[in-house]
Every structure is written in structure tokens, then in C-alpha cells.
Design a protein around this ligand. Structure first.
Ligand SMILES: Nc1ncnc2c1ncn2[C@@H]1O[C@H](COP(=O)(O)OP(=O)(O)O)[C@@H](O)[C@H]1O
Ligand SMILES: [Mg+2]
Length: 246
């Protein structure tokens, strides 16, 4: 099966690390926010509490470090669940528009706060053959990124309909340099760590893993200062393909 071939390849890229390496990598990522929180508390206890403005700033830093820890733990659970469910995807035909509307709901607060407009250009009858929970996870991660990396008054579009199984998440945001594009799917990778303090760098590695399980492809095109396009191609199930070509 085509999908299985793609999935094996993907496992080699993103999941086939020894558990010792994995634990080292994860503890390194967890250690940093913990060390930062400890340092902030120590500084507060050693006198910084007396200056209200400084104390508030430090507490806000500590809060964002704690939020990163929280996101890390939930993303790590996703990675772990995906790794154990690796062998077989329970897929079905899903109306993309409906699934995208769920993702839109979950990100509406973020979009409103960032003054970014999100538009769905998806025909009502457009379907994707995928696992529902995992497709939701893909849409949510891509939509969240698109909104997060788009300045106020920008626009995010989920577009589908030209080809079966093919859709894209597009934004008019900050974009990225072409040499960074291959790295963004690596675990914990963030292009600008300082600007993405609360985030984990795990989202796209989870997306890639899910797409590999489905034998689906993702292509990124991006221009700095102009925006990015994440193009996804989900294969139709084998039985539907042979049915169509007969
Ligand atoms: N739509 C986008 N526009 C610009 N950069 C992006 C976009 N999506 C992802 N990136 C870059 O890829 C990195 C990795 O993304 P991801 O794995 O989702 O991690 P996170 O969102 O936690 O930072 C981001 O930190 C960012 O640098
Ligand atoms: Mg993300």
C-alpha cells in the first residue's frame, strides 16, 4: 500500500530515535522552563518583591514559563499516543468544512486577540479520507500557527476544492527564510525561540507524524514578510482510487 510506504519513511525521519535520546531531548526541554521559574522565584525572594513593577514583570515571565511547561506536557502526551497507535489509522470520509469549523471555534479567541481574519474557502461537499481526531489535530495546529505568526489585520485562509484530498492553510504573516523550512518539522524546533516563548516547537512534528500515518504529503512555501502556504495532499483510499480509475 502506498500509504504504508510513506508512513515507514516518516517513522525513520521523525520517530526512530532511541528512547535514551528521546528522554535526553525531552528532559532538556523541560529543564529550561523549570530553571527559569526557579531563578525568577529566587530573585523575587531576594528583594525584587519590593519593587512592584519589577515583581509584576517577573511573575508574568514565570507565568509564561509555566504555560510552556503545561503545553509541553500535553504535546508530549500526543506524541506518545501517536507513537503507540502507529500501526493502523482508522480513517473515514470527513467533510473538511465541518472539521475546519471546529478548529476555527477553538482558535477564535486567539484570532480575535490578534486581529487576524480567518476565512474558509471550502466547498460543502469536499471530503478528506482521514482519522477524525487526527485531522482535527492537524487543522488545529496549522490554524493556530497561521494565526500566531500573522500580525494584526492579516488574513488566514483554509482553501480546498481544486483537487481531491488537497487543501491548504495560508496566511499573510511573517513567513520564514527558505533554509528554515526543512527544520520546522523537527521536534522542539522554533525559528525564533525568543519570540515564541510560550510555545513548544512540537506542533508541526505532531502534524508530520499524523500525515505520515495517512500517507499524506505536506509542502511549505513561504516568503519572509509576505506569508506562508502549507499545502496538504491526502491520498484517497486504495479501493476508492481503483474504483475511480475503472
Ligand atoms: N504559519 C507560519 N508562519 C511562520 N512561521 C511558522 C508558521 N508555522 C510554523 N512556523 C515556524 O515553525 C516553528 C515550529 O512550529 P510548531 O512546531 O507548530 O511549534 P510552535 O507553534 O510551538 O512554535 C514555529 O516556531 C515557527 O518558527
Ligand atoms: Mg504550533
Amino acid at each position: 500500500m502506498d500509504g504504508q510506504g510513506a508512513s515507514k519513511q516518516g517513522e525513520k525521519d521523525s520517530a526512530q530515535v532511541s528512547s535514551a535520546d528521546w528522554i535526553a531531548e525531552v528532559s532538556h526541554e523541560l529543564r529550561l522552563p523549570i530553571a527559569n521559574i526557579k531563578l525568577l522565584i529566587e530573585t523575587l525572594l531576594n528583594g525584587a518583591l519590593d519593587d512592584k513593577a519589577i515583581a509584576t514583570r517577573m511573575l508574568m515571565r514565570a507565568q509564561s514559563e509555566a504555560e510552556r511547561l503545561q503545553s509541553l506536557v500535553s504535546d508530549l502526551l500526543s506524541v506518545e499516543q501517536l507513537a503507540s497507535a502507529r500501526s493502523e489509522v482508522q480513517a473515514e470520509w470527513l467533510p473538511l468544512r465541518k472539521r475546519a469549523e471546529y478548529a476555527l471555534e477553538s482558535t477564535s479567541k486567539l484570532a480575535k486577540e490578534s486581529a487576524v481574519k480567518v476565512e474558509l474557502k471550502i466547498p460543502n461537499d469536499f471530503r478528506v479520507y482521514a482519522n477524525p481526531t487526527q485531522l482535527d489535530q492537524v487543522l488545529l495546529n496549522l490554524l493556530e500557527n497561521a494565526i500566531k505568526f500573522t500580525p494584526a489585520k492579516g488574513q488566514v485562509t483554509i482553501r480546498a476544492g481544486e483537487k481531491e484530498g488537497v487543501f491548504s492553510v495560508e496566511d499573510t504573516g511573517v513567513g520564514m527564510p527558505s533554509q528554515e523550512i526543512p527544520k520546522i518539522f523537527q521536534r522542539f524546533y522554533r525559528i525564533d525561540r525568543a519570540k515564541t516563548r510560550g510555545s513548544t516547537g512540537l506542533g508541526l512534528s505532531i502534524v508530520k507524524h499524523i500525515l505520515d500515518l495517512h500517507g499524506a504529503k505536506i509542502t511549505v512555501s513561504s516568503q519572509e514578510g509576505k506569508g506562508s502556504i502549507f499545502l496538504l495532499e491526502f491520498p484517497s483510499p486504495k479501493w476508492a482510487r481503483s474504483y475511480a480509475s475503472e
